[in-house]
Design a protein around this ligand. Structure first.
Ligand code: GDP
Ligand code: MG
Length: 599
């Protein structure tokens, strides 16, 4: 197909504004799939994503559209991940497009990610086509929302398509707007190959399937290709387009096109999102701009509740990593929890998704330690250490300075909730930057916040304080000096490594006290009194006590029946499996999880 008739675009939206639903309608209208075949929301193709209503992995699909001008067009619809944790992948997907369809829910209006995604799209020089969705709902106010888009984003919106992605009403207008409003790609087929990797998935038959946008040149089966950042080289086995339901191999991909390459690539590590594919024989002078190595932001220890399943956990993590290069893990041992893994994630949502998948798809019972960010510690001898595991926190006497990562956070909220949201930010050690009125009733609250304070439950807190109306978005700002300490928890005098935390000095007392209270409720009485203490550098700052109890299971059996006695003892043993022995005290696995939910 001539480049003139190709349109590469993505759909951007705040979560739940109807991105997946519109993608479905577009697939239907271009007859990529018929209604019966179509499982709802094809582009979100993992169960978990569907349940949570988010799109995790970017995917792309090539469609044919017969436009009103009588010509046929090739549409490459690139789906972007919908959460702040996956921001870099979003940016690479945008870089593969010339335009973006911006959906705004006509019952809600502009929200945090509407703005964040629009700014990102503008940074990539994309043409933006606003679309007002959900006009079938009685509460839709397309006129008001159109004005809001004009005022807040500065995009002409009065003539924007007003659609219902759900019923299909006016969706045809969106397709025509794409033809008319999004520029055709440019590029020179005869130049050396430059193809942007915007996604990659692992397939057990073909190896890694690399999703690319060709900027310059062409690629065909048999070509030798090189990944410009990693230097790895491969022989191309297959190239083609992504159909809605299957891959469609072809002879050649050319500048301007979106498609896939397979080359018997064994591991996702060699195909980094953002890297440039070039020809090994006639390489491009430079890689495409914008490559960034994705680094984990949040870390935690993951242990099997039943120590015997350590190898199952390792295999499960290996499998998940095959398709998720941003998940990192390495073995770790804890005196309290035994053998497990220190895992790194892009953010808390990513962490939750992985844990949920481990438990659900691999049937594992897990114990996790408190999520932690990576702190930067400068020692008195000048060496700099990155510490994400409290156990590695250096002796305070050897520390010159400590820094923690900060983010720029923006909360978009109706004015009614400003007071309580500001209080929340102050409690999380936020530094107020400014507050902008978006219109008469909504503001953009800008705070600098320590990442460590928001990795937990910040998002949930915002939602509940604003009854769901506020939304939020952040980007990482960098490291800043901070006053940090390691908080240790002692049970019956023994420190429990898996419960240690790195916290800000101002938060240490409160945190220590709450953890002790929580543990007291979750540790069953033992035959002796058990003190639970929180300490900083050997100094006790909080204490609770679990009273002693004489726990004699056999007391219930008055003499006689030996089989019944045996059964009871068996049962007690079962229960013990999930207990962790700390010195002389047995702690149920749940106690470790309980301290993570403090409020
Ligand atoms: P995404 O998070 O942007 O992908 O949003 P979805 O496409 O998953 O839509 C979120 C919710 O809004 C789903 O329950 C959809 O059924 C619903 N929805 C999407 N478009 C429309 C629409 O035009 N009208 C109505 N009434 N509901 C819609
Ligand atoms: Mg979706």
């Amino acid at each position: 197909m001539s480049k003139q008739n190709i349109r590469n675009f993505c759909i951007i939206a705040h979560i739940d504004h109807g991105k997946s639903t519109l993608a479905d309608r577009i697939l239907e209208l271009t007859q990529a799939v018929d209604k019966r075949e179509m499982e709802s929301q094809l582009l979100d193709n993992m169960d978990l994503e569907r349940e949570r209503g988010i799109t995790i992995k970017a995917r792309a699909v090539t469609l044919r559209y017969a436009a009103k001008d009588g010509q046929e067009y090739e549409f490459n619809l690139i789906d972007t991940p919908g959460h702040v944790d996956f921001g870099y992948e979003v940016s690479r997907s945008l870089a593969a497009c010339e335009g973006a369809v911006l959906i705004v829910d006509a019952t809600q209006g502009v929200e945090a990610q509407t703005l964040a995604n629009t700014y990102m799209a503008l940074e990539h020089d994309l043409e933006i086509l606003p679309v007002l969705n959900k006009i079938d709902l009685p509460s839709a106010e397309p006129d008001r929302v159109a004005r809001e888009v004009e005022d807040e984003i500065g995009l002409p919106c009065l003539d924007a398509p007003r659609i219902s992605a759900k019923t299909g009403e006016n969706v045809g207008e969106v397709l025509e707007a794409i033809v008319a409003g999004i520029p055709a790609p440019q590029g020179d087929e005869t130049a050396p190959l430059q193809a942007l990797i915007f996604d990659a998935v692992y397939d057990s038959y073909k190896g890694v399937i690399v999703y690319v946008r060709l900027r310059e040149g062409g690629v065909r089966p048999g070509d030798r290709i090189r990944m410009m950042q990693t230097g790895a080289e491969f022989d191309v086995v297959e190239v083609g387009h992504m159909g809605a339901l299957s891959l469609a191999p072809c002879d050649k991909l050319e500048a301007g096109e979106v498609g896939y390459i397979t080359a018997s690539i064994k591991s996702l590590r060699e195909t980094r999102v953002g890297d440039t594919v070039t020809g090994a024989d006639r390489p491009a002078d430079e890689p495409l701009a914008g490559y960034r190595r994705v680094v984990p932001m949040v870390f935690c220890g993951i242990y099997p509740a039943d120590g015997a399943r350590y190898n199952d956990l390792r295999e499960a993590l290996d499998k998940l990593q095959l398709n998720d290069a941003s998940l990192s893990f390495e073995p770790e041992t804890s005196a309290a929890l035994g053998f497990g893994f220190r895992c790194g994630f892009l953010g808390l949502l990513h962490l939750e998704i992985i844990i949920e998948r481990l438990e659900r798809e691999f049937d594992l019972d897990l114990v996790t330690t408190a999520p932690s960010v990576q702190y930067r510690i400068t020692l008195t001898d000048g060496t700099v250490k990155l510490v994400s595991n409290p156990t590695d926190y250096p002796d305070p006497a050897t520390i010159r300075s400590a820094e923690e990562p900060f983010v720029n956070g923006h909360i978009y909220t109706p004015t009614d909730y400003v007071g309580s949201l500001m209080e929340l930010c102050q409690n999380r050690r936020g530094v107020f930057k400014d507050m902008k009125y978006l219109d008469a009733t909504r503001v953009d609250l800008h705070y600098e916040l320590p990442l460590g304070e928001i990795v937990y439950d910040f998002f949930d807190a915002i939602k509940s304080l604003s009854r769901g109306y506020a939304s939020y978005d952040y980007d990482v700002k960098g490291y800043e000096l901070s006053k940090l300490v390691r908080l240790d928890i002692l049970i019956n005098g023994d420190p429990v490594d898996a419960l240690s935390l790195i916290v800000h000095t101002d938060k240490a007392y409160e945190r220590g006290r709450k953890i002790c209270e929580k543990l007291k409720d979750n540790i069953p009485r033992q035959l002796f009194e058990v003190p639970i203490q929180a300490a900083i550098g050997g100094k006790i700052i909080a204490r609770e006590t679990v009273r002693a109890l004489r726990k004699d299971v056999l007391a219930k059996c008055y003499g006689g029946d030996i089989t019944r006695k045996k059964k009871l003892l068996e049962k007690q043993k079962e229960g013990k499996k999930k207990m962790r022995q700390i010195g002389t005290v047995e702690i149920p696995s749940e106690a470790f999880t309980a301290v993570l939910k403090l409020d």
